[in-house]
Structure formats: C-alpha cells, structure tokens
Design a protein around this ligand. Sequence first.
Ligand SMILES: NC(=O)C1=CN([C@@H]2O[C@H](COP(=O)(O)OP(=O)(O)OC[C@H]3O[C@@H](n4cnc5c(N)ncnc54)[C@H](O)[C@@H]3O)[C@@H](O)[C@H]2O)C=CC1
Ligand SMILES: O=C1C[C@@](O)(C(=O)O)C[C@@H](O)[C@@H]1O
Length: 296
Amino acid sequence: MTGTETRRGAAGRSFLAGLIGAGIGQSLTPPMHEREAARLGRRLVYRTIDIARLGMEPRSVGYLVEAAARLGFDGLNITHPCKRLVLPALDGLSAEAEALGAVNTVVFGADGAVGHNTDWSGFARSLRHELPDAPKDRVVVLGAGGAGAAVAYALLVSGVRELVVVDVDASSAEGLAARLTERFPGADCRSGAPDGLGRALAGADGLVHATPTGMAHHPGLPLDPALLRPSLWVADVVYRPVRTELLREASARGCRTLNGGGMAVFQASDAFGLITGLEPGAEHLHAHFRELLARE
Ligand SMILES: NC(=O)C1=CN([C@@H]2O[C@H](COP(=O)(O)OP(=O)(O)OC[C@H]3O[C@@H](n4cnc5c(N)ncnc54)[C@H](O)[C@@H]3O)[C@@H](O)[C@H]2O)C=CC1
Ligand SMILES: O=C1C[C@@](O)(C(=O)O)C[C@@H](O)[C@@H]1O
C-alpha cells in the first residue's frame, strides 16, 4: 500500500471490524486496531465474536461471516478454530491464503468476501525487523498447526533452504511438509518426529516454536532446554506471555531470540491495512501493543 489512502479509507468514513474465534476475550488485536484508527483520526469499532461464549459450533463461522457482511462490517479477523472452516464461506482468496488453506482476515468489498492470511506476512515482517542478519539456511519449526504452517511458509518465502517440521501428530507434520514441497520445489522440506528433534536442531541455524506450550494457561517447555546452543536463534509465536519459558531458557543459554509480539503486531498491521485501506504505522502499533501489555 502507498501513503495515499484508497477509496475504502476515504476521509470521514468510519469502520466496523470483528474477530471470530473461540476463547478470544483477552485478545489484544481489537484494541490495537481501535487505537491505530484513533491515532489516524478515524473511528473504528472492533468487536470480538466469541463462538465459545455464544455456544456456537466452529462450523458456524460461515453463517457469522455472511451475517457480518449483511450487517455492514468492513472486515474480520478469523482465529482458532475457524481459520480453515471459513474457506467455503468466501468468494475469493489471496494467493497466499489459497496456498496455506487458511484465512485470518476477511475483507468485504465489491468482490464479495475475500480471504487473506496475514499470519505469514506478520511473521515474515517480524523476522526481517528483529533478526535481519541471522543465518536462515536451515530452520526447524516445532508445531504443524495453523501458526506452524504460516511460519513455515514465511520462512520459505524469506529464503530458508532446508526446513524440518516437527509435530507430536506425525500426520500433521507430514502433510505440511508435503504441501510445502509442492509449493517450494527448490527447498528441502521434511517432517520429523519429536524424538528426532535433537538431531534436527544440531544442524540448524534457527528454531521457531509454534505449539501452544508456554501460553499462560498451558505453561511449560516444549523441548529439552539442553538442546539449545548459543549459535541457534530461537523464535516463539506464543505472545501471552511475551517472554515465554522457552525464550527465557534460550536467552540464558546465549541464543538470540524473537518473541511472538512482533508477529502479533505485524499481522494486525497488515489486516488493518486490508480492512480499512488506511496505512498503519508499524511503530505505533508496537507502541499500542506495549502499552496494552503494560496495563495487564
Ligand atoms: N503471535 C501471533 O500473532 C500468533 C500466535 N499464535 C499462537 O500460536 C500457537 C499455536 O496456535 P495454532 O497453530 O493455531 O494451534 P494448532 O492447535 O492449530 O496447532 C498446534 C500444533 O502443535 C502441535 N503440538 C502441540 N504440542 C506439541 C509438542 N509438545 N511438540 C510438538 N508438537 C506439538 C499440535 O499437534 C498441533 O499440530 C498458539 O499459542 C497461538 O496463540 C497463533 C497465531 C498468531
Ligand atoms: O491467530 C491470530 C491471533 C489473533 O486471534 C489475536 O487474538 O491476536 C488475531 C488473528 O488475526 C491472528 O491470526
């Protein structure tokens, strides 16, 4: 997007957005969007639509998307467990959302409801921003769910040549590695079992952790910290808390680290641009994020 506002963001227009998912009451994405709009002198109302609180099934995301379009929403974020289930309700997909088979942003416009994925671009921007000079030839991704798939895609777009995907669910890791191989035939994408993690990490430049382990309600470590050596960079997608047990262990062992806050901020930044047509300021979104965390 350029510095010029598009028609979608034409002066005076206000915005209505929402997040559909389960257990999203504490999400920082709604206040990030609202604060950034206010900073730009615009009104944006962003609501959480929590299917767990509403007693709705994940597959009802299609019904909710259609209702949001009729009610005049400009766009939506979609999160767990609906990122794949939302696909049949959409009229179009960005190339990346199609490749990933997952959508976290829906924009309502002249082309109907169009799905995008800003998880991958959010991680790619965070990596570029915070670890620009780190070696990125060989990387291990732990966790082959929605976040793991987005991260793996971002890594391959960013030039990673060898990628190993590890998951306790072997079929998830194998499926993701196979899809990535098809999409990036020039790269070496393999799946690995958790008991082979030590071997995979021994030859790696970096590790990205993309399982829910380390979240406030799911504390702990996803691996044996003895596997972390100082030359390995370690990224976590978990951002509640921002400093996870894994990142604390990695820092203590001399590893460079990247927390999940950058991905959270940049996915919001990219979604905000798509939904409003306005140009967000990434540094301002970082500041909103820091202030929101500090309030807790
Ligand atoms: N920073 C950000 O902007 C974002 C962060 N996230 C975070 O990413 C995390 C994962 O989310 P999703 O991918 O949506 O979850 P998911 O449930 O789709 O996938 C998690 C995967 O991890 C695997 N797994 C669980 N424990 C494991 C272990 N100990 N070793 C290996 N594999 C294991 C599961 O089998 C599953 O395939 C969550 O904490 C979520 O909050 C998700 C999206 C954006
Ligand atoms: O999965 C996530 C995290 C999120 O749901 C949040 O609560 O910040 C916002 C979504 O856009 C993103 O894809």
